[in-house]
Write a protein that binds this ligand. Structure first.
Ligand code: DQA
Length: 144
């Protein structure tokens, strides 16, 4: 059975109450619940982790080698500066798609830079919560 890991970084545990005009009104557990429904309909496994700590994200990425077929990651603000996360994603050789709920390109300039986009399979920005499912669909198609 195909197995995917969905990683959410700092402050994404606050979804639902955090700047809903930008990030939407769904909580992270609502989003994860929808993805669980998707995974059982598709007959695949999806695991979820969220952490506010860069080191925990790095540990989870390291642990993904040989265990997951692909990763969907919304690294939150780590997107813009975490070389440690980038190095881990390259090291484990697990394909991944970068997801952002908001259109980072329509926001502050510091959000325009991502340290992981060039090593990602692809990237989904600005579509809200559906972005996670679209990323999983694309990865499932890719890994077969
Ligand atoms: C985000 C965009 C980031 O710039 C921000 O720091 C986040 C969320 C998004 O999903 O739109 O925490 O990754």
């Amino acid at each position: 059975m195909r197995s995917f890991l969905v990683i959410n970084g700092p402050n994404l545990n606050l979804l639902g109450t955090r700047e809903p005009a930008i990030y939407g009104s769904k909580g992270l557990s609502d989003i994860e619940g929808e993805l669980r429904e998707w995974s059982s309909a598709k007959g695949v496994e999806v695991s979820f982790i969220q952490s506010n700590h860069e080191g925990v994200i790095v540990d989870e990425i390291q642990g993904a080698r040989g265990r997951y077929d692909a990763i969907v990651i919304n690294p939150g603000a780590l997107t813009h500066y975490s070389i440690a996360m980038r190095d881990a994603l390259i090291a484990v050789e697990v394909p991944f798609i970068e997801v952002h709920l908001s259109n980072v390109y329509a926001r502050e300039e510091f959000r325009h830079k991502s340290v992981i986009s060039d090593v990602a399979v692809g990237k989904i920005v600005g579509l809200g919560a559906i972005g996670y499912r679209l990323a999983l669909e694309a990865l499932l198609e890719r890994v077969g």
